[in-house]
Design a protein around this ligand. Structure first.
Ligand code: MN
Length: 389
């Protein structure tokens, strides 16, 4: 039994990572097949439950990458993405994934303008593709694309039809990212109560709400959350793996049983592979998460890290740093020089402080260790000179 089936049996809240599918759909992002394999391995090592790894209908190298990931024999479930079309499903069957996502739009705006079909056509196409996949014993997620803009009565009808066809869950897609947490809660609660179907949240970050909306969905009864590393994905991206995992743990008290220690390393690797640098201020794994500069904060953290930190940096593979700059206070100066093996007196720290601040203002940044030592040596030299004079 793989990790995903075990999680289903335990009725656990689980993560579905789609870095290799929706994440790669980010405009301008392409992963090589080697990178795809490595990312899949890293996600599996962290303990993500299901990996959506690509679109077999694209053929060629995409199929090769999916097969290579299947061949790794990971503990995570491996899912392939399909349109609601039997030919797509056949391509997925070739790749040997244990799980299939079958996707079709449910909003009238998509049905009318994109598909140029009817609601009945949508229901029939979905049911045919699902039945075909279930005949081959696959776990099936039915994806309601643009669910957040769909008529609720139709969405319920769609979910019930999917269930009859044998689908294992419904992926609720906020395809254009127009939800907010309160609305999300209402919609998911209604959908869950009227269908009893397992629901996966798939949210987009157009208004900066992707992670918040996915959590609101969980509060309303969703048991699966779609995420990507670094929030890659169409336009503003998807809910972020690190944020969802840690927010579920620390804000909701829900343990998704991932090991977060390698999250930073994973973020760095995906940043490199996607050619998108990691901003220093990103939540959970950003370099600045545990960097303290301002006098009051640094003083608090030196006395007890819990004054300004919610969890320990080591939990996500980071380190605490007291950085010295324009906003530093004398407590941080004392602590920093102690790290260098220099025990300053209170008076020395107080006298160094304005020198450190003006150096930081001149440089418009915090100071490196070496620069701090230079400031200290200048200060010492001047002091000795004035003594000698
Ligand atoms: Mn998407």
């Amino acid at each position: 039994m793989n990790r995903f089936l075990q999680g289903l049996a335990d009725k656990q809240v689980m993560l579905v990572d789609t870095t290799l599918r929706d994440g790669e759909q980010t405009a301008g992002v392409v992963f090589s097949n080697k990178e795809k394999v490595r990312i899949a391995r890293m996600l599996d090592a962290i303990g993500v439950h299901q990996l959506e790894v690509g679109i077999p209908a694209m053929g060629g190298e995409e199929k090769e990458a999916i097969k290579a990931i299947v061949d790794l024999g990971l503990d995570a479930s491996i899912m392939a993405w399909n349109r609601a079309d039997i030919n797509d499903v056949k391509q997925s069957l070739d790749c040997g994934t244990d799980a299939l996502a079958i996707s079709i739009s449910t909003s009238d705006i998509h049905i009318k303008y994109k598909l140029q079909k009817t609601r009945d056509w949508v229901l029939d196409s979905m049911a045919k593709a699902v039945e075909f996949a279930k005949k081959h014993d696959k776990y099936v997620s039915v994806n309601a694309e643009d669910a957040s803009r769909s008529d609720m009565d139709f969405l319920v009808q769609f979910a019930n039809r999917a269930k009859e066809a044998g689908a294992d869950r419904l992926r609720f897609c906020d395809t254009v990212g127009i939800l907010e947490p309160f609305k999300t809660f209402e919609l998911i609660k209604e959908l869950h109560e009227s269908t009893g179907m397992a629901i996966e949240m798939h949210t987009h970050n157009d208004f900066g709400m992707a992670t918040a909306n996915s959590l609101a969905g969980v509060k309303a009864g969703a048991t699966l959350v779609g995420v990507t590393v670094n929030g890659l994905g169409e336009r503003a991206g998807n809910a972020v793996l690190a944020e969802v995992a840690m927010a579920l743990k620390y804000l909701f008290g829900i343990d998704v049983k991932v090991n977060p220690r390698d999250l930073r390393e994973l973020s760095e690797y995906v940043a490199l592979a996607s050619g998108r640098e990691l901003p220093v201020n990103i939540p959970i794994v950003g370099t600045n998460m545990f960097a303290h500069e301002s006098g009051i904060h640094a003083d608090g953290v030196i006395k007890n890290p819990a004054t300004y930190e919610v969890f320990q940096p080591e939990e996500v593979g980071l380190q605490r740093q007291i950085v010295i700059g324009k906003h530093s206070g004398s407590a941080a100066i004392l602590a920093k020089f102690k790290e260098y093996g220099i025990n300053l007196t209170q008076q020395e720290a107080a006298e160094l402080l304005p020198l450190v601040r003006s150096a930081a203002i001149d440089l418009k940044r915090t100071l490196f260790d070496k620069e701090l030592i230079y400031v200290y040596e200048d200060y010492k030299n001047k002091k000795n000179k004035s003594k000698g004079a």
